[in-house]
Design a protein around this ligand. Structure first.
Ligand code: NAD
Length: 491
């Protein structure tokens, strides 16, 4: 049976794409084709941008207290439809239902924070900067902005940007990942009911060519990107070359350090959830565990046992703790990297390759894998695997462990497990990463803090979420004002 081709949402209408090509959207657990996603041509990006530019004229004049009303409505709709969206995320992305529900919660929290825009967007004022002269700074929206999203959080990641952009008075265009476009189709059905005027928020499907049309469009003022670092670097350069404001959150290779005084049971449970949750396809997944001194032996044994016992299967089923990776290509790439680790001298403590999962033989499965004695200069220590693979390294001191963290080109997250406040303070002070966890495995900032990747994990200055997003989606205007007495009317 041929699958329906998804539509774009432009100027408040669902529009069939005129694209000559489309890609299948697969369920990674079953290989069932769920739909087809059009590779929308530049003309459709232009239609969306033209609609957004026209809508901007009125939208920016809507008082902030009124602009947030459709967001309040959207929050209610997302909450009401949470389970349907979660099932869709699981079907196209593979993660478990529990993980999908958690993702939607994080999206909703960003809507809640953006609803505070009447306060967040305020400027500053100083009277009498010179005699009789006042000066103030206001924040004004930019115009049309766009987001380009990755596959691993199809609901949450567009919400790191979109609610803030809209609340600030911008109009918006989102391009979801072509691997998981169904979730935003559903969410845009809710956007359609939320009460945004036509053109204020638009959805255009596609892949690289559609992205290039966004990067080159002269009317788009700002671009938010989340995805792999090579593409982040490309988007950063191209958007800047076309005169746009840009923020690009890239890939990661996240280390966790385990000290001998860490609580072993808690550390193992949290480390396993971080490394194998969402099948390791989180930009904040722990992918290297650096054990210090006497932590090495008990942690190695405990994490191997936990990894081997993790229940892998279809994320829609009860009791499943880990779903598939996104597609066969990803599974094969991960298997290849595991072999590279072995070839470079690592010991394969738990091998998750080629698992037998009855009834899901066509799925893109790879079970939790643990590689011991990773070579610090080798491939596994520095390559983002983006799968359920944890590499182990052992050192003698916390200083050696921090040096390994800081020697990495990546800087998305680093975590420490300890019961020592002094060690924790030293670590959070010295670690060169933008999101730090102390006895936390996925140090994901809540919506009211910026998502602070560093180094190769981020290109730009203002991150997604919270006040960084408000600054990103506004431009400052400073007014210096004098009202000489002789010019004033006498009242
Ligand atoms: P990706 O870079 O392959 O794709 C991301 C987006 O870019 C998609 O919308 C895709 O259509 C587009 N794209 C892909 N190749 C392109 C090209 N050559 N030119 C222009 N556009 C292109 O990323 P992915 O595989 O979808 O997502 C996984 C990656 O995202 C991982 O590296 C992960 O670490 C990263 N990620 C980072 C964060 C963060 O906050 N730092 C969060 C989530 C995911």
């Amino acid at each position: 049976m041929s699958q329906p081709v998804l539509k774009n949402y432009i100027n408040g209408q669902w529009c069939p794409s005129s694209a000559s090509d489309s890609l299948p959207v697969d369920n990674p657990a079953t290989a069932e084709v769920l739909a087809r996603v059009p590779l929308s041509p530049a003309a459709e990006v232009d239609q969306a941008v033209t609609a957004a530019a026209a809508a901007f004229k009125d939208w920016r004049r809507v008082p902030p207290t009124e602009r947030v009303q459709p967001l309040y409505k959207l929050k209610d709709l997302l909450t009401e439809h949470r389970d349907a969206i979660a099932r869709l995320i699981t079907r196209e992305c593979g993660k478990t239902l529990k993980e999908s529900r958690g993702e939607i919660q994080r999206a909703i929290e960003n809507v809640e924070v953006a609803c505070g825009i009447p306060t967040l967007m305020q400027g500053t004022y100083l009277e009498d900067i010179a005699r009789g002269i006042d000066e103030f700074m206001v924040r004004q929206p930019l115009g049309v902005a766009a987001a380009i999203a990755p596959f691993n959080f199809p609901a949450m990641i567009p919400f790191w940007f979109m609610p803030y952009a809209l609340a600030c008075g911008n109009t918006y265009l989102v391009k979801p990942s072509e691997k998981v476009p169904l979730t935003l189709q559903k969410i845009f059905e809710l956007v359609d009911q939320a009460g945004f005027p036509p053109g204020v928020v638009n959805l255009v499907n596609g892949a690289k060519d559609t992205v290039d049309a966004i990067l080159q469009h002269p009317t788009i003022r700002a671009i938010s990107f989340v995805g792999s670092s090579p593409v982040a670097r490309y988007i950063y350069a191209q958007a800047a070359a076309h005169g746009k404001r840009v923020q690009c959150q890239g890939g990661a290779k996240n280390p966790i350090i385990v000290l001998p005084d860490a609580d072993l049971e808690m550390t193992t449970r949290i480390a396993a959830d971080s490394a194998f949750g969402c099948a390791g396809q989180r930009c904040l997944a722990a992918s290297l565990a650096i054990t210090v001194g006497e932590a090495t032996e008990p942690f190695t044994y405990a994490i191997a046992e936990t990894a081997a016992s993790r229940v892998t299967g279809n994320g829609l089923e009860d009791g499943v703790q880990m779903g598939p990776v996104i597609n066969h290509a990803s599974r094969d790439r991960i298997s290849g990297l595991i072999q590279t680790g072995v070839d470079e001298g690592a010991k394969l403590l738990v091998d998750g390759r080629d698992p037998e999962i009855p009834g899901l033989e066509q799925g893109s499965f790879i079970k939790p894998t643990v590689l011991q004695a990773i070579e610090p200069a080798g491939t596994i220590a520095h390559t983002e695997i983006f799968g359920p693979v944890l590499g182990l390294m052992a050192v003698h001191t916390v200083d050696e462990a921090i040096a390994l963290v800081n020697g990495s080109p990546w800087g998305n997250m680093a975590c420490l497990f300890t019961s020592s406040g002094a060690a924790a303070r030293k670590f959070r002070y010295e670690a060169e990463a933008g999101n730090i966890g102390i006895n936390i495995g996925v140090a994901a900032p809540m919506a009211f803090f910026p998502f602070s990747g560093w180094k190769e994990s981020f290109f730009g200055d203002l991150h997604g979420q919270s006040h960084h997003a408000v600054e990103f989606f506004t431009q400052t205007k400073v007014v210096v004002e004098r009202w000489p007495k002789e010019w004033s009317r006498e009242f």
